[in-house]
Design a protein around this ligand. Structure first.
Ligand SMILES: Cc1cc2nc3c(=O)[nH]c(=O)nc-3n(C[C@H](O)[C@H](O)[C@H](O)COP(=O)(O)OP(=O)(O)OC[C@H]3O[C@@H](n4cnc5c(N)ncnc54)[C@H](O)[C@@H]3O)c2cc1C
Length: 473
């Protein structure tokens, strides 16, 4: 352990790690605690979502709901208004600007608590507990080791997996969703396939339309569902009590779906929009999810999740309008289909065999490139990054049986393979889906980051009080 003082290393400097660091600075004000925020690149605060420099990619949540701090709801709006006074809480701002905002929050916190937070560029490849509760050694890709009393895992999104095993030639010609640089090098006027029809796929489609001008774009996913639109003039959802129509949380997915549907129909008759009903449900989703037995969670994932996602995670109105116009003009065709085979037929062409949903026939598309937009993965397995594989191998982390992340307790402490808390090891980020289902958007993650910081600060105080008692004895 680091020479008697308490140290915290936060592994991952995306939104979750950055907000955990800022909250921890506040929660441990006046204490001699050293905090290190570790990220593979100097782009702290950006992570996967807010790193693109493309100003056309918009947040899918209005500014009024994107504050970094739950108790200062207009914080992000006020930041935007310094650039343009006409921006309001209902404006959908560029994601790039949100990355600038997070960076700004981090700099402000570092200035307010000087010398306490260290930004370090590096990638953790192992977190190894030191015997007798002596903290952890963090092994970096560079070969260096960092010692720390507490480690917060804020590793974020994992790379998406291609739905089929591919040979090396085919694999090399698939473009990953965030490789805008490679997409920009595609020739104009060629047919393209985007695998996926969610938010990432829509972002990529817009990018291609602006930069590459393809002849045709197909977008394909199992169900061929695209995200629904937000309304114009949305107001941030008010906190609401647990909805009475759901009675006690049901043990069956089917019952919950039926109750929600009936309520949406009933509310529509009173002129209430379905979006308000979903917003009302949002804060209570973890309670519903936690009550469901494993088999019912699996049922939800198989039959309902795709519908839930397109209604719950909506597009900014302007983005939905643009998507609708492209579909109407025939520039993009959305397919409900399963990918069966990919074969390179020449240096710059791929034949993609698809099975269309509810049809027996196969369909072959000839495309110049496939862009993999199947979304980030929460599955911890052989494709995961080295750190996660090591943590699982050493029994420190247990993958969720539904592949939605990892196991934590209510304080966000990691639970090990024996079902016990790993003292000093914490988690915050999208893999909280395993516990809460609703865990990927900024409004949820900022609350988790704050709670984690408060719990960690309490653990540090309790630990120093008990060592003080031991010293006195
Ligand atoms: C494209 C996209 C758009 C989104 N848009 C919105 C939106 O409009 N509104 C909204 O509310 N939410 C949105 N979200 C969701 C949400 O904001 C993200 O889920 C959020 O960015 C998660 O942040 P994170 O820090 O947990 O993960 P990430 O953003 O993935 O960041 C994790 C960081 O940890 C680093 N890291 C990983 N492993 C290691 C390691 N071993 N050592 C060191 N560092 C490591 C990574 O390099 C990365 O920088 C979006 C998500 C995506 C992907």
């Amino acid at each position: 352990m680091v020479s008697g003082s308490t140290s915290v290393v936060i592994v991952g400097g995306g939104l979750s790690g950055t907000l955990a660091a800022i909250n921890l600075l506040r929660s441990t004000a006046g204490q001699n605690i050293s905090i290190t925020l570790l990220n593979p690149t100097p782009a702290f605060g950006r992570g996967l979502a807010y790193g693109s420099a493309d100003d056309h990619l918009l947040l899918n949540v209005p500014a009024g709901s994107m504050s970094a701090f739950a108790d200062q709801s207009s914080h992000f709006t006020a930041f935007c208004q310094r650039i343009d006074v006409s921006i309001s809480a209902t404006t959908f701002m560029p994601r790039h600007l949100y990355g600038c905002y997070l960076e700004h929050c981090l700099s402000e916190a570092m200035a307010a608590y000087p010398g306490r937070l260290h930004l370090m560029v590096g990638e953790a490849h192992g977190v190894l507990p030191v015997a007798d509760g002596g903290g952890f050694m963090i092994k970096l890709l560079s070969g260096q080791y960092l010692a720390s009393t507490h480690v917060v895992l804020a590793l974020g999104h994992q790379r998406s997996r291609f739905p089929l095993p591919l040979g090396p030639v085919e694999h090399a010609s698939v473009i990953e969703a965030w490789d805008f640089e490679r997409m920009s090098r595609l020739p104009s006027g060629v047919p393209l396939l985007i695998l996926g029809t969610g938010h990432t796929a829509v972002d990529v489609l817009f990018h291609l339309e602006r930069r590459v001008h393809p002849s045709t774009v197909w977008m394909a996913s199992r169900r061929g569902l695209v995200p629904q639109a937000h309304r114009l003039n949305v107001v941030p959802p008010a906190a609401s009590a647990y909805p009475a129509y759901l009675c006690e949380p049901s043990l069956r997915t089917r019952t919950i779906v039926r109750q929600v549907r009936q309520e949406v129909v009933r509310a529509a008759q009173e002129g209430c929009d379905w979006r308000d009903k979903l917003n009302e449900l949002r804060a209570h989703t973890p309670r519903l999810w936690q009550a469901l037995p494993l088999i019912e969670r699996q049922r939800f994932l198989r039959h309902v999740a795709a519908f839930w996602d397109i209604h719950r995670h909506r597009l900014a109105p302007s983005a939905a309008e643009q998507l609708g116009a492209l579909i109407k003009a025939g520039a993009v065709q959305v397919l409900a289909a399963r990918l069966l085979e990919v074969k390179n037929t020449s240096e710059d062409r791929q034949a993609v065999k698809l099975k269309l949903r509810n049809q027996t026939s196969m369909h072959t598309l000839n495309v110049a490139a496939i862009i993999n937009c199947t979304g980030s993965s929460t599955r911890i397995g052989p494709d995961s990054q080295p750190l996660l594989k090591q943590l699982v191998k050493d029994g420190l982390v247990v993958p969720d049986p539904c592949d939605l992340g990892l196991q934590v307790n209510d304080r966000l402490q990691v639970i090990n393979a024996e079902g016990s808390v790993v003292q000093g090891l914490w988690y915050v980020g999208p893999m909280l889906k395993a516990r809460d289902w609703e865990a990927t958007a900024a409004p949820e993650l900022r609350a988790h980051a704050q709670r984690l910081a408060e719990n960690l600060a309490t653990a540090i105080v309790n630990c120093s009080q008990s060592s003080l008692k031991l010293d006195i004895a």
